[in-house]
Design a protein around this ligand. Structure first.
Ligand code: 8IG
Length: 272
């Protein structure tokens, strides 16, 4: 991508033009299983295919499609972004974080990153949602690697002390007191981990493991947005329980949870 920051501004302008939405308030990046729940938020006023916007690439994973749905929730302009792309699909980091940069360029000051993940902590219940309190980036890369951002797009260095907004986590707890929180370890994938790697991640303090979210969170914080991370725990990580991991089961866990995810988002988004 030539200049990822300028490309995101072009994409945001194209999005504004197509949708007629002048400025977004909240963008929700939909991970595996979350789209079925998010439709409960209301009827979109527009559906844009990301293939019509500069800088977006089509996802290659089953269960993902590239769309931005716009809707009004409690007077706020909300974007539902589906079709997340990952490092493991062979994408450069700039492409992985492009949807987040685009939505921030389109005005969104709150970015909700949703995902499906594995549970490292045996106490974490599969099928439940965990609020991400912090992360460990094990991808060995950063969205800030490369030339310094142009004027007006943040500095090269960013403080991640409060990467996952305490304010937004408090709001989430307010509408869903049953939610626990955890530390998300982001691996490159696409292989699941070995049991020894899960012991390593657990020893480092992680309770959840996945292949997305961490780079997008850094990119969002870098541009000054508040970040909320929500993980649907789809499986026990390798070695945590007796069963083996299987991508179909992960998709099934999402389908089973869609009612609950819809209820959660329906309570949360109006007050974000
Ligand atoms: I769903 O156990 C889901 N995504 N890395 N490990 C990693 N990613 C995942 C897992 C998991 N489960």
């Amino acid at each position: 991508m030539k200049n990822p920051y300028e490309t995101s501004t072009h994409a945001a302008n194209a999005l504004r033009e197509i949708t007629g939405v002048d400025s977004y308030d909240i963008a929700i990046i939909l991970g595996s299983g979350w789209k079925e729940g998010a439709v409960a938020l209301g009827t979109p006023t527009s559906e844009v295919s990301t293939s019509d916007l500069p800088g977006f690439v089509a996802p290659t994973v089953a269960g993902h499609s590239g769309q931005i749905l716009s809707l009004k929730v409690n007077g706020k302009n909300v974007a539902l972004v589906s079709g997340r792309v990952h490092l493991y699909e062979g994408n450069p980091v700039d492409v992985v974080v492009h949807p987040v940069r685009t939505m921030i360029a389109a005005g969104a000051s709150r970015i909700v990153l949703t995902n499906a993940c594995g549970g490292i902590d045996p106490a974490v219940v599969t099928g439940s949602v965990v609020v991400i309190r912090d992360h460990i980036n094990l991808t060995a890369t950063s969205p800030l690697e490369g030339p310094a951002p142009p004027e007006g797009y943040g500095s090269r260095f960013v403080d991640l002390t409060d990467l996952y907004s305490a304010r937004l986590r408090e709001i989430a707890r307010g509408v869903a007191p049953e939610l626990t929180d955890g530390v998300y370890a982001g691996f490159r994938g696409p292989h699941y981990e070995t049991p020894a790697e899960i012991v390593m991640a657990r020893t480092m303090g992680a309770s959840l493991v996945g292949m997305s979210t961490v780079l997008e969170a850094i990119a969002a914080r870098h541009l000054g947005a508040e970040v909320l991370g929500l993980s649907l725990v789809s499986n026990h990580a390798a070695g945590v329980a007796k069963e083996h991991l299987n991508h179909l089961e992960v998709l099934e866990a999402g389908q089973k949870a869609s009612g609950f995810l819809g209820t959660l988002l329906g309570r949360l988004v109006p007050v974000l």
